[in-house]
Design a protein around this ligand. Structure first.
Ligand code: PAF
Length: 303
């Protein structure tokens, strides 16, 4: 197995930089749109990184990527109530605005867009965006309403920030595909970039949810990335049958006593529909509960 560990993509880069530049903080939609229109008129390319805050190295690597792809980087921090399922606690989602602001200043983000819930969903709000098929697969089957909430807020943020480019992490692979579909279907003139999963040195995909893991659970959580390495090794050795791969992966994860598999699915990397056999490539996607914490991870497998 050791020989295959390098298959997972590690793109950690140091967080600390020392030049602190002024960053504009915008809370109102009209001001954000005004800034974007003026920036576009000046011929500047706007890159957008949407987040729900409580930033970590994976978010910051999206911002660094954004700095290379355009002239101005806008980061939004908005904890979107519409994407929390009824059994998920919106109020308990971690928030630390001052820390986030400092981190973004150090990364030289140009604008931090930080609207209130009332600003995004004013009294009487009743319009929602639904990406029909993609919303019901994988995580969508376990998180009712989640992807409608994501699609709705992303469409609104695109209309507010008016970026040329938007960057999303590949850890939320289904979200990325849903946004790509939404952009095509609703004719947004925005280039969507998927940024490779950022991992800790031991392989754990970086996520805001990792803070909920106890030290013992943190160790147990390595079963996800190990399962992906195992699958990649199987494929390298010639295995292409979906059922054989997913059963081996599930069996490996289930050996971890703190882990409860929600799904292990091999699917088409664009439509996310399950596949029985890997042809040119396929996506292996996992959702696993470690104690009470739900973690996801994924890997493209190519024979
Ligand atoms: O990935 C996230 O943080 C959120 O789903 C997003 C894209 C910011 C929409 O609320």
């Amino acid at each position: 197995m050791g020989g295959c560990a390098a298959i997972l993509h590690y793109s950690n880069t140091p967080t600390l930089q020392f030049n602190v530049m002024p960053m504009q903080i915008i809370e109102h939609i009209s001001e954000m749109q005004h800034w974007s229109d003026a920036t576009r008129r000046d011929g500047r390319r706007i890159v957008f990184v949407p987040t729900m805050g409580f930033l970590h190295d994976a978010h910051l690597s999206l911002v660094r990527d954004g700095k290379k792809r355009g002239d101005r980087v806008v980061v939004s921090i908005f904890v979107n109530p519409a994407q929390f399922s009824p059994n998920e606690d919106f109020a308990a989602y971690p928030r630390d605005f001052e820390r986030d602001r400092g981190l973004l200043e150090r990364e030289h983000a140009d604008v931090l867009f930080h609207p209130s819930v009332r600003e995004i969903y004013p009294e009487g709000y009743q319009t929602h965006v639904n990406v029909d098929k993609l919303s019901g697969l994988l995580c969508g089957a376990h998180r009712p309403g989640h992807f409608q909430g994501v699609a709705t807020v992303v469409a609104k943020l695109f209309n507010i920030v008016r970026p040329h480019v938007a960057i999303f992490g590949e850890k939320d692979y289904q979200q990325l595909q849903l946004v790509r579909r939404l952009v095509r279907d609703l004719n947004f003139a925005i280039e969507i970039i998927g940024h490779p999963i950022v991992r800790e040195a031991d392989g754990l995909a970086i996520s805001s949810r990792n803070i909920y893991l106890s030290p013992e659970e943190r160790q147990a959580a390595l079963c996800l990335s190990r399962a992906l390495v195992r699958a990649a090794c199987m494929v390298q050795r010639g295995e292409t049958r979906g059922r054989v791969i997913t059963e081996a992966v599930r069996g490996g994860i289930e050996k971890e006593p703190l882990a409860r598999v929600e799904y292990v699915t091999l699917c088409d990397s664009a439509t996310l529909e399950p596949v029985e056999e890997i042809q040119e490539s396929a996506l292996l996607a996992l959702a696993v509960r470690i104690g009470k914490t739900r973690l996801i991870d994924n890997q493209i497998l190519k024979p």
